[in-house]
Design a protein around this ligand. Structure first.
Ligand SMILES: Cc1cc2nc3c(=O)[nH]c(=O)nc-3n(C[C@H](O)[C@H](O)[C@H](O)COP(=O)(O)OP(=O)(O)OC[C@H]3O[C@@H](n4cnc5c(N)ncnc54)[C@H](O)[C@@H]3O)c2cc1C
Length: 241
C-alpha cells in the first residue's frame, strides 16, 4: 500500500497553502481580536473550490477525496483556526450530510450555493442541557399538515450568526429516543428563527458560536433531511466525517 500523496492531492495542498499564507494569514490575528467573520476569504475559498471539496462536479463541487480535503483544511488552519473551523463544519457536516442524505431537490437547491461559498452552512444539535448526549435534547418539531413547527434553543452553533442554511436536529417522537430525532434544513430569515447569545471565546474568535432560538419556526415538510427519525444517524455520520 502506498501512502504517497497523488499529484492531485499535492496540487490541492499547494494551492491551499499559498492562499492560506498569502491571504488568510494577513488578517487572522486582527480578526481574532475583533471577532470579524472572514466572509471575504470564505467567498474566495468558494472560488478556489475549497467550500464544496467533496461535493461531486454535478453539483458544482470539487469532487475531491477526503485526503485532499484534510490537506486543504490543515493548510487553512495553519494561518487561521477560525476560518478552518467554519470550513470544516461547512464541508464535512453540512455539504456531506446534504449530499449523502438529501433529496435530489435539496441537493440542487443547496449544494451549489454552498460549494460556491455564497452561503455558509451550520449544524445545530447541542443544547443548553444536551451536549455529549444528544438524546437529552428538548427541541421539538411537530408536524401540522405540510409543515413542521420547530420550538427550542440550540447552543454553541458554529457560524450561527453568519450561516445562510442550518441543519437543525429536533425531536419528532420522544418515545423512540434517539430514533425519534429528525434533522431539518432551516434557511436564514425563516420566521420564528432568531440568533441568540454569541459566546465571547478565548480563541477561534472570528468564528461565531451562538445560541439559536426557534419559536414556532415553521418549515415545509420538504425541508426534512432524510426520513423522520434519521436525525441521530445524520448527526453521527456528519460528526464521523
Ligand atoms: C467552539 C465550539 C464550537 C461548537 N460548534 C458546535 C456546532 O457547530 N454544532 C453543535 O451542535 N455543537 C457545537 N459545539 C458543541 C460541542 O459539540 C459540545 O460542546 C460537545 O458536544 C460537548 O457538550 P457539552 O459542552 O455540553 O459538554 P458535556 O456533555 O457536559 O461534557 C462535559 C465533559 O464531560 C464528559 N462527559 C460527558 N458525558 C460523559 C460520560 N457519559 N462519561 C464520561 N465523560 C463524559 C465530556 O467528555 C466532557 O469532557 C461546539 C462547541 C464549541 C466549544
Amino acid at each position: 500500500m502506498s501512502f504517497a500523496l497523488t499529484d492531485e492531492q499535492i496540487m490541492i495542498q499547494t494551492m491551499a497553502r499559498e492562499f492560506s499564507r498569502k491571504v488568510v494569514a494577513l488578517t487572522a490575528a486582527e480578526r481574532d481580536r475583533t471577532k470579524e467573520f472572514p466572509s471575504d476569504n470564505l467567498k474566495k475559498m468558494g472560488e478556489l473550490g475549497l467550500m464544496g471539496m467533496m461535493v461531486p462536479f454535478e453539483y458544482e463541487g470539487s469532487g475531491a477525496d477526503t485526503v485532499s480535503y484534510v490537506l486543504a483544511l490543515s493548510e487553512i488552519a495553519y494561518s487561521c483556526a477560525s476560518t478552518a473551523v467554519v470550513m470544516s463544519v461547512h464541508n464535512s457536516i453540512v455539504c456531506e450530510s446534504i449530499y449523502r442524505l438529501g433529496s435530489e431537490e435539496q441537493k440542487e437547491r443547496y449544494l451549489k450555493p454552498l460549494a460556491a461559498g455564497d452561503i455558509i452552512g451550520a449544524f445545530a444539535m447541542t443544547e443548553p442541557h444536551a451536549g455529549s448526549d444528544p438524546v437529552r435534547q428538548s427541541t421539538t418539531a411537530v408536524r401540522k399538515g405540510n409543515e413542521y413547527i420547530i420550538n427550542g434553543t440550540k447552543r454553541f452553533t458554529t457560524s450561527g450568526r453568519n450561516a445562510g442554511l442550518i441543519i437543525v436536529t429536533a425531536i419528532t417522537d420522544e418515545a423512540k429516543r434517539h430514533h425519534g430525532i429528525s434533522a431539518f434544513l432551516v434557511e436564514k430569515g425563516t420566521p420564528g428563527f432568531a440568533v441568540g447569545n454569541e459566546e465571547d471565546k478565548m480563541g477561534l474568535r472570528a468564528s461565531d458560536t451562538t445560541d439559536l432560538i426557534f419559536n414556532n419556526c415553521t418549515v415545509p415538510v420538504e425541508n426534512i433531511l432524510g426520513e423522520e427519525g434519521d436525525g441521530f444517524k445524520i448527526a453521527m455520520i456528519a460528526l464521523d466525517s
